[in-house]
Write a protein that binds this ligand. Structure first.
Ligand SMILES: [Zn+2]
Length: 241
């Protein structure tokens, strides 16, 4: 899961210090798209049609947060449909991992088989693994059908991204694919985590993927100068990611 930075609460054009009102929360979508791209904050699917606002704390139980910028994520309709079937458990910051709060590239493993599982390279204790599993369950990140029983394109598109990434890896190994072409391909398919995993052993491609502005990664907080992932808030929390 891509770690992102939503930035601060958007302000009114006429009053740079006054927060924009999001009583209609769909009006936050253009701001989130502009700041974080067209990729689902949770599953990393590239979304060409309508995206949804996820209220981390539900509108039903926390009505005062329904227009609150900090409570928004930008997600695809598949993640949204699974979330609608359940609710976020409190305290949400300790129960789940979040792309705007944690370095989520360290929390989840996008496997070549299509599964998404807790990343045991970095998560070593049962509470950490349970926390990653809870996030996967909350949004049905590992599902193959939607909550309504329809085909879930997240798995299909994730596997397609893997196929293309491996094809480019083979081409790159034989001098037939440029770094620029690889990054362009990654932007097209989405699933940054898949591309990063396939090219993890190729430092210059890995660096180009992490530095690609289209992915809007919270690079400053989440990677060191040698492009290794680092804990996002080490002084704020003892959590390793
Ligand atoms: Zn999604």
């Amino acid at each position: 899961m891509r770690p992102i930075d939503k930035g601060s609460w958007p302000t009114k054009d006429s009053h740079a210090t006054r927060k924009r009102v999001f009583n209609d929360w769909t009006r936050a979508i253009p701001y989130l798209k502009g700041r974080t791209g067209r990729y689902c904050h949770l599953c990393e699917l590239k979304v060409s049609n309508a995206m949804a606002i996820e209220h981390i704390k539900s509108k039903k139980y926390f009505p005062r947060l329904q227009a609150h910028w900090d409570n928004f994520l930008l997600i695809c309709n598949y993640c949204n449909s699974h979330k609608l079937a359940t609710i976020t458990i409190s305290p949400y910051k300790k129960t789940y991992y979040w792309p705007h709060l944690n370095n989520t590239i360290m929390a989840f493993d996008f496997r070549i088989t299509g599964e998404i599982i807790p990343n045991r390279t970095y998560l070593t204790t049962k509470p950490q693994i349970d926390r990653a599993s809870a996030t996967i369950d909350l949004y049905g990140l590992d599902k193959v059908v939607t909550a309504q029983g329809n085909s879930d394109d997240r798995l299909k598109d994730r596997l397609e991204a893997y196929k293309q990434a491996i094809d480019r890896f083979i081409e790159f190994s034989t001098g037939k694919a440029s770094i620029h072409a690889i990054v362009d391909n990654a932007k097209n398919t989405g699933f940054f985590s898949v591309w990063l995993k396939v090219f993890n052993s190729v430092p210059n491609v890995k660096a180009a993927l992490i530095d690609c502005l289209d992915f809007h990664l919270a690079t400053t907080y989440c990677f060191n100068s040698t492009y290794q992932p680092i804990p996002r808030n080490p002084t704020f929390t003892a959590d390793p990611i």
